[in-house]
Design a protein around this ligand. Structure first.
Ligand code: PGA
Length: 251
């Protein structure tokens, strides 16, 4: 039985005081009822250290939203795995579609980042997903297959087992258009079969595959009840504690 995972990707939102308020509200909400789900938050870099202190002694885990694949050096504006570890991160989101499209990250760069995160003992949340044009031209499976096989190139099965995959159709991110539960389930099943081909049935069965793209309290229960959907990577709806908590408690 795979544990459900609800991860909140804050993107470029919340300064320090906004981060403190949001985390306090999430903590309060969770302390009332508790949860068996794994809850992860990914605030901006400037809030990581404070977030780490605030979630100490809670079940909430901390993630960064990106990192560079080098450890240190002349990379102005970048941040390394070691720096994220020292700020208290356990997870890091890699390959988000906004990184791929706005910041021109290729499958090759994402592969290097995944390897660096794993060797630095950060657990990657590895994002993949097709654009609307790709879906409409029937290329969803081939795009997802390319992103997965290039991203995981050279990664051992034991390292792969530490990765969470997030399927986020680009056309559903921040648009209010969600994939239907059937559409999402179909791709999640395809991904799980692909993992079985690349690694093994055991790894495929254990692999956590999140859905992301306009997940909201009113659609999360149905999406997360699908066989191969193990949780959600939530953007917009994680910025309000009540909607993030409602999603957590919808499964
Ligand atoms: P959204 O973002 O929930 O606002 O669509 C999801 C994501 O980008 O991870």
């Amino acid at each position: 039985m795979r544990r459900k995972v609800i991860a909140g990707n804050w993107k470029m939102n919340n300064d320090l005081s906004g981060s403190i308020s949001l985390i306090s509200a999430i903590k309060n909400g969770l302390s009332e009822k508790g949860t068996d789900n794994l809850v992860i938050i990914a605030p901006p870099y400037t809030s990581l250290e404070t977030a780490c202190a605030l979630i100490k002694d809670t079940e909430i885990k901390l993630s960064a939203q990106n990192m560079h694949f080098e450890e240190s050096g002349a990379f102005t504006g970048e941040i390394s795995a070691g720096m994220l570890k020292s700020a208290g991160c356990e997870y890091v989101i890699l390959g988000h579609s906004e990184r791929r499209t706005i910041f021109s990250e290729t499958d090759e760069i994402i592969n290097k980042k995944l390897k660096k995160a794993l060797s630095s003992e950060l657990l990657p949340i590895f994002c993949i997903g097709e654009t609307l044009e790709e879906r409409e031209s029937g290329k969803t499976n081939s795009i997802v297959e390319r992103q997965i096989s290039s991203g995981l190139d050279g990664i051992s099965e034991s390292d792969f087992n530490k990765i969470i995959i997030a399927y986020e159709p680009v056309w559903a991110i921040g648009t209010g258009k969600t994939a239907t539960p059937d559409q999402a389930q179909e791709v999640h099943k395809f991904i799980r079969n692909l993992i079985e081909k690349i690694y093994s049935k055991n790894s495929a069965e254990k692999c956590i595959i999140l859905y992301g793209g306009s997940v909201k309290p009113d659609n999360s229960a149905e999406l997360l009840s699908q066989n191969d959907i193990d949780g959600a990577l939530v953007g917009g709806a994680c910025l309000k504690s009540y909607s993030f908590l409602e999603i957590i408690y919808s499964v």
